[in-house]
Design a protein around this ligand. Structure first.
Ligand code: ADE
Length: 228
């Protein structure tokens, strides 16, 4: 699966894409990430990408032409990419949306905005607008990385043990059950007996029960979203 990213700061992507799960997935050829530096498509001698807002006000607004030119170049290289703009004004990302994004082939074209805003007409260049949550960041670069990592985990082969993905999707929109490792006792807190019992059926039932309790307590809103 391919990810193309249009950004003013391609260097922001270097280390997140070089280590851990994403680094391994790229080196194994399971995913690829192509960065399209927006500055290369800027206008005039100064490669201008933004301008003052019509109607006045402070801050700068990203112009549509450099973004359109970067999109044209990315789509010429790889036709059929699903075009996504990262913006706090988009639909809020959740695991169901991640699963949908993971189905697009050949992949995704992500636009990371910067500055105070993006010209409204850029909306006509994209298929979907996505937010990673109800807070405001300085730009769409970190959100684009969030999308890449969440989607890449679902690409076959990226996660070593596909059983863990299956468990995630089986449990649907529930929080994870509590996990324990050694030591058996830590500062007076003992590992629950059932986990030491060796009875797999009991362990499974306990985990399910714990996940449900925890979700009820911390995120009751998720229970309404569980897939039938
Ligand atoms: N750009 C700035 N803040 C953002 C957010 N929360 N989600 C997506 N893009 C953003």
């Amino acid at each position: 699966m391919e990810f193309h990213v249009v950004t003013l700061f391609p260097e922001l992507f270097e280390s997140p894409l070089s280590c851990g799960l994403l680094g391994r997935a790229i080196r194994a050829g399971l995913i690829s990430v192509v960065l399209h530096p927006l500055r290369s498509y800027g206008l005039g001698r100064y490669r201008q990408v933004d301008d003052a807002p019509y109607g006045g006000g402070h801050g700068m607004v990203m112009r549509p032409e450099p973004i359109a030119a970067a999109f044209d170049a990315a789509l010429a290289q790889r036709p059929g990419l699903w075009r996504v703009m990262l913006t706090p004004q988009g639909e809020v990302l959740d695991q169901l949306k991640v699963e949908q994004l993971a189905r697009y082939r050949p992949g995704l074209l992500l636009l990371a905005g910067r500055y105070e805003g993006i010209d409204e007409r850029v909306g006509t260049l994209v298929d979907q607008e996505l937010s990673i949550g109800d807070y405001v960041l300085a730009g769409g670069e970190l959100p684009a990385l969030v999308v890449i990592e969440a989607v890449a985990r679902l690409v076959p082969g990226v996660i070593g043990n596909p059983q863990s993905l299956r468990e995630e999707s089986l449990s649907g929109a529930m929080l994870e059950y509590p996990q324990y490792t050694r030591p058996r006792e830590f500062r007076g807190q003992r590992v629950p007996e059932v986990l030491l019992s060796g009875d797999h059926e009991k362990v499974r039932a306990w985990r399910h029960d714990q996940a449900l309790k925890r979700t009820r307590q911390r995120r009751p809103d998720l229970l309404g979203k569980i897939k039938p």
